[in-house]
Design a protein. Sequence first.
Length: 376
Amino acid sequence: MPLPVPEPRCPKQMAYGPCGGVTFSGACEVAPEPCVFVAAETVRWDGGPDAEAAAAAGAAAAVGPASSGSAGAARMRALLARRPVVVADFPARALDAASLTACAGALAGHVDAVLAGDSGAARVQFPPSYRAHLIQAAGVPVWAGFTCRDRNRVAMEGELAALAHVGVAGVHCVTGDHTRTGSRPDAQPVFDLDSTRAAHLARSAGHLVSVAEAPATPPVDRRPDRLLEKVRAGAEICFVNHAGGAAAVEEFVRRCRDLGVTAGFVPCVPVVLDHDSARLLASFTTLVLPVGYLDGILAARDPREAGIRAATELGRAFLAVDGVVGVNLSGGPGERRELWFAQALAELSAGLVDRAADSAADRAADRAAGVTPAAG
């Protein structure tokens, strides 16, 4: 069977499409034509770069962590085995080390990791490994966002090695937004790989790998099937894009489990604290929120308090779903409110997970995993 090749009609040159940016009508997010993958059958995982050799030998290409993986991944896997986790979107300004350090300091000890990925407002930012180094030096584990837009597979391999050396908690593999969106439409996109192949690359480098899936985005009926292929490629965790309330997440998890998906699920909890954060959240592609969620917060006398209360209630509902192993506090602030937003995320996290016994348990888990505890 021939190996999948990049689809030339896809602006992101994906082999394992579609991405999460398909509009509700089935159109491509950056082209006027329909997404070429919506009407096509799900592309099956080919087994990775050694698939042809494995097929010739009559064996399946297995995915497994490299021997020298990330120490942070060992700690995060141990934590996931013990209790649900809270991962917060990281609100700091791009290319601002002081903002990175301040926001990390506000979140340290309050969340289990920060999802440090693409800045919502700027395409030019610190490389993932350097950003992770700055954040973790301030005391909070990093779940590193990893996109395929700006670097080829050789540069990606080097970045993954650096992230392992830094000791990140996880690597979140996404194909990435196109350069036609965002602050740098003048830049040439790369897209040498897509999220599925990036997940295999990251798992082979020893990382705990997560991917995203969008249950409300066409083709809705095949989104679980696509996640199954990402899991076969190496993904262990699925961040569930905003798809409504707990019932929608529960239905998606059930459909995935029926297909044999073994990944743990981390639904995105929308965090809205004021009109600026509402506008940023509304910019997310194909956003689906629980009915009345946004209006109820913005109409409140104190939107910050109402936003924390609403996110806490929704997060607890998500955590009650079988198969959910954590939540992602998703969203971001208006300009110059980054630290204020980070402080609110820390407050919000306290109402979701009990960390009273974490210190002793973390030390015991580190010893069992043969991991040297992180400094600080």
